[in-house]
Design a protein around this ligand. Structure first.
Ligand code: UD1
Length: 421
């Protein structure tokens, strides 16, 4: 298993290119199942989660090939040979559940393993199930698998999600594109990845309105056709690299970044005394003088502060001046990075969904362990600002969501290397 060793090395300067969004790509890829014609995605990120989705789609009979060093993904679901998403693949990645809605719509049936326990919380599927049932699906749980069918085809309906779940919104929107009649989905999630999905589905011939608002209306159509679509910029990778100069000092321009993707997060950086500026090529972030100020953060659904940037923000707050309170409202168990940061000298107390961080002058390098994707990158960020070496083990978590992390940080002056144990 590989580790990453980071040595605190002073300010970072330069540019970091931001990749296409993992979470957008993981919902765009299953959209291939909705059509017999090819779907081509450009600006795709090179990540192990994308490989997992590729394996899953291939197991259903889809053809998936990576072109141009993985930046282009060509998909075709002309002949589907299976409607079962097996546990062996689904357990590796919760986003596998995004094949449920499209398969049900195209084939009238789908069998999808429940993802099982996930480190950051229970993450059930109830919201997906009730929304698809509202469209006429019959779903039962047998042997750990959801068995879904829609014998007479799905029918459009009005449905309100009890919580604005990203995945449930994506599954329902995809399913409704081929349902008979109109679906009105209320309390829909508004994340940019959903807007990106709708833009792609529209290119495929879907009739959808209201993406980016809490009410999405889908007029079902007979069939969808092929399309080519560029994956939207990864706002979480963007936010992560915006923290790098904030924590280590210096000035970094994140190429391809857009402020509208990270507005709530950028506001918090500004409040903490970090300069954030949109440029013609992206977003420039600089910490010019003095220490970062402590700020309080509450994670919320978009357009609020993203839960996927909470761990990185906590790393920044570890060396801020003052005390910050971080409230995690989306996932119940998402502070696993806290004990690891404490091994580096951070002062953090966690009570339920609230973490209180008292800033210290300097973190100290230590051996630490990655526990999930965003937690692992927060430890690398902390290492950039620590005295001495920080060795982050179990970096396979990182490979799920960050392409070329070592190269990108090295290019702006970080001392970082990947080693095999
Ligand atoms: C997506 C993102 C993930 C991000 C999350 C919240 C992808 C591939 N992943 O995950 O990176 O952290 O949004 O922004 O896009 N819930 C239920 N029942 C359900 C579904 C969800 O109770 O049926 C709960 C979950 O347990 C969680 C909360 O709702 O506490 C948010 O989940 P959801 O928005 O569905 O996140 P994902 O789509 O899984």
């Amino acid at each position: 298993m590989d580790s990453i060793i980071v040595t605190g090395n002073g300010p970072l300067n330069g540019q970091i290119p931001i990749a296409g969004a993992k979470n957008a790509c993981l919902t765009l890829m299953p959209a291939t199942l909705l059509s017999e014609e090819p779907l081509t995605l450009t600006n795709a990120p090179r990540l192990s989660d994308i490989k997992t989705m590729t394996t899953l789609l291939q197991s259903l009979g889809a053809e998936v090939s990576q072109l141009q060093d993985g930046q282009v993904i060509a998909l075709s679901s002309h002949d589907l040979t299976s409607h079962t998403a097996h546990y062996d693949i689904v357990r590796k990645m919760r986003a596998s559940n995004l094949v449920l809605g499209p398969m049900l719509a195209r084939l009238g049936q789908a069998v999808v393993s429940l993802p099982g326990g996930c480190a950051i919380g229970a993450r059930p599927m109830d919201l997906h199930i009730t929304a698809l049932e509202a469209l006429g699906a019959e779903i039962e749980l047998k042997d750990g698998y959801l068995h879904a069918k829609a014998p007479g085809g799905l029918k459009g309906a009005e449905h309100e999600l009890q919580f604005a779940s990203v995945g449930a919104t994506e599954n329902t929107v995809m399913a409704a594109t081929l349902a008979r009649g109109t679906t009105v989905l209320k309390n829909a999630a508004r994340e940019p990845e959903i807007v990106d999905l709708v833009h792609c589905l529209r290119k495929m011939g879907a009739q959808i309105d209201g993406e980016g608002t809490s009410t999405i209306t889908i007029q079902g159509v007979e069939r969808l056709h092929g399309a080519t679509h560029p994956v939207v910029t990864d706002r979480i990778e963007l936010g992560t690299y915006m923290i790098a100069p904030a924590i280590a000092g210096g000035e970094v321009e994140c190429l391809g970044g857009r402020l509208d993707l990270v507005a709530a997060f950028a506001e918090k950086l500004d409040e903490a005394g970090i300069s954030v500026e949109e440029t013609p090529r992206g977003i420039k972030v600089a910490r010019r003088n003095g220490r970062v100020r402590a700020v309080n953060v509450t994670t919320e659904v978009f357009p609020g502060f993203p839960t996927d940037l909470q761990a990185q923000m906590m790393a920044l707050m570890c060396t801020a001046e003052g005390t910050s309170v971080l409230d995690e409202t989306i996932f119940e168990n998402r502070f696993m990075h806290a004990p690891e940061l404490m091994r580096m000298g951070a002062r953090i107390e966690v009570h339920g969904g609230t973490a209180r961080v008292v800033g210290v002058d300097r973190l100290k390098g230590a051996p630490v362990m990655a526990t999930d994707l965003r937690a692992s990158v927060s430890l690398i960020l902390a290492g950039l600002a620590a005295e001495g070496d920080t060795r982050v083990s179990r970096v396979y978590h990182l490979d799920r969501g960050y392409e070329h992390v070592v190269r990108k940080l090295r290019d702006v002056g970080a001392r970082i290397e990947r080693v095999s144990e």
